[in-house]
Design a protein around this ligand. Structure first.
Ligand SMILES: Nc1ncnc2c1ncn2[C@@H]1O[C@H](COP(=O)(O)OP(=O)(O)OP(=O)(O)O)[C@@H](O)[C@H]1O
Length: 446
């Protein structure tokens, strides 16, 4: 392998053996051996599950690569094969340099030993001699910042303390390849920020980083390159922002295809649509939108009126994937079931898929009022805004209608609609918002 490469992966596949019952595992251990002894072809008592299929990737020294994909797509299997904690069924993995890995929480720690003892145990497992560990010990303890817990058995640690100590040990052992699988997500935000700063400084010093995270923003911030896995296959390998766009398009389609499939017995093959080109995808998405009542996560209110539809439109087309900077129109339909005898207000909230509310548009702030309404009426409402949202994330829309005199909501619907944002052309928008701004670069007056 070239000396410029840190990792070379060639036609890598991993097959897990799945047993229907524990006794089949026992049979598999004994019977094929006996059959071979009597020159019979050995039987097979398991089903094959190919968690990774024919992956080939080269990673250069000093590169930072994010691995993304939905649950079960093969990310952890991929990292474990690189670390050598799993062996490939087919293909080759070659690595060039000392690997430090944060895979399963606390792996490599003995739960009965104290944190202090585990630092030395971990170091010796990684081949670091005691003198060097003594030298780095104070820095490790300072970084982990777990106070007196250092002398308690690690089985008494919270998951956050575990990851603090594990990360502190790994990063102070000067790895040439650093592999992190979601582990940092259990640390608090202050510790995470410290870890990301440490990872960046390791990257500046030439460490190769492989990083699995479900947070698109973190992958984008840390890794210029990303790899998307789906059902054990490599879908795309390239610049992180482009790969994350594909990830969200794929994710939206798979989620909606699954929901639609529950209701419509013969959706136009969802898988075929997912596998098609992005432009085709954009055109076919609306037919994969699940019906309103299945999208809604929950609702509260008096029930005098109810939202019965909510659609996001970009360029007059219904869309679940929109481009950065697009002008979006959200159309909602409100059915009046009982008289709503007072003036009211309607609004929408745009929130992240995790429920962080980002901004709101409300008739009250616009100086508009919903008039009093009679049972049996229907109102169509339209909200319009230029999306300030950056790409690589899923967003949801919550709708609300209330009569201020009554106080409580008549209807508040959570996740009335959802959409993902992808980059417009080659323009890349980092972080969560695309805020117009200018930079002036002048000459010093000195
Ligand atoms: N030891 C095992 N035996 C059988 N199947 C396994 C085993 N480990 C993983 N799998 C299966 O292999 C597939 C890939 O699993 P893997 O943990 O690599 O996915 P992942 O992308 O890391 O998922 P997540 O995001 O949920 O952590 C899954 O379908 C999983 O059920």
């Amino acid at each position: 392998m070239s000396s410029k490469l840190a990792i070379k992966i060639d036609s890598l596949s991993k097959c897990y053996e799945i047993y229907d019952a524990p006794r089949d595992r026992l049979k598999q251990m004994i019977i094929p051996k006996l059959q071979r002894l009597v020159m019979r072809s050995p039987g097979k008592y398991y089903n094959e599950f190919w968690a990774l299929k024919n992956i080939s990737v080269d990673i250069k020294k000093g590169e930072a690569v994010g691995i993304v994909g939905r649950n079960g797509s093969g990310k952890s299997t991929f990292l474990q094969l690189i670390c050598g904690t799993l062996s490939p069924t087919q293909g080759l993995v070659e690595t060039n340099g000392r690997i430090a890995a944060l895979l399963e929480l606390g792996s490599g720690f003995n739960p009965e030993f104290s944190g202090r003892e585990n630092v030395y145990l971990n170091g010796s497992v990684l081949g670091i001699d005691k003198a060097r560990l003594d030298e780095r010990f104070a820095d490790i303890v300072k970084f982990a910042d777990i106070g007196n817990h250092l002398d308690q058995p690690v089985k008494t640690y919270s998951s956050g303390m575990f990851v603090r100590l594990a990360f502190a040990v790994q990063m102070h052992l000067d790895p040439e390849i650093l592999i992190i699988d979601e582990a940092l997500s259990v640390g608090d935000q202050f510790f995470q920020a410290k870890c990301y700063a440490a990872i960046r400084s390791m990257m500046d010093n030439g460490t190769t980083v492989l990083f699995v995270s479900h947070s698109a923003a973190t992958v984008k911030a840390l890794c210029p390159r990303a790899i998307l896995l789906s059902h054990g296959e490599l879908v795309v390998d390239g610049p992180a922002s482009k790969v994350l766009d594909r990830y969200f398009v794929l994710g939206s389609l798979e989620a909606n295809a699954a929901k639609s499939a529950q209701l419509v017995p013969h959706p136009e093959s969802a898988i075929a649509t997912v596998a098609s080109t992005e432009s085709t995808v954009m055109q076919t998405v609306s037919c994969l939108q699940p019906p309103f009542e299945r999208r809604v996560s929950h609702r509260v209110g008096t029930g005098q009126a109810q939202f019965v539809e909510c659609r996001v439109l970009a360029d007059s087309e219904e869309a679940i994937v929109v481009e950065t900077g697009a002008t979006l129109r959200v159309q909602a339909v409100l059915d009046v079931l009982d008289d709503c005898p007072y003036e009211g207000e309607v609004g929408l909230v745009v929130a992240t898929a995790e429920g962080i509310e980002l901004f709101a548009i409300n008739s009250f702030f616009q100086g508009a009022r919903v008039p009093a309404m009679k049972a049996g009426e229907q109102r169509v409402l339209e909200f319009e805004f230029v999306s300030p949202l950056s790409s690589g994330a899923r967003y949801r829309i919550d709708l609300g209608y209330r009569m201020p005199v009554q106080g409580e909501y008549v209807d508040k619907v959570f996740a009335a609609a959802g959409f993902s944002v992808v980059n417009q052309g080659d323009r890349i928008v980092p972080l969560l918002f695309d805020v117009p701004g200018t930079v002036r670069i002048g000459l010093s007056t000195k």
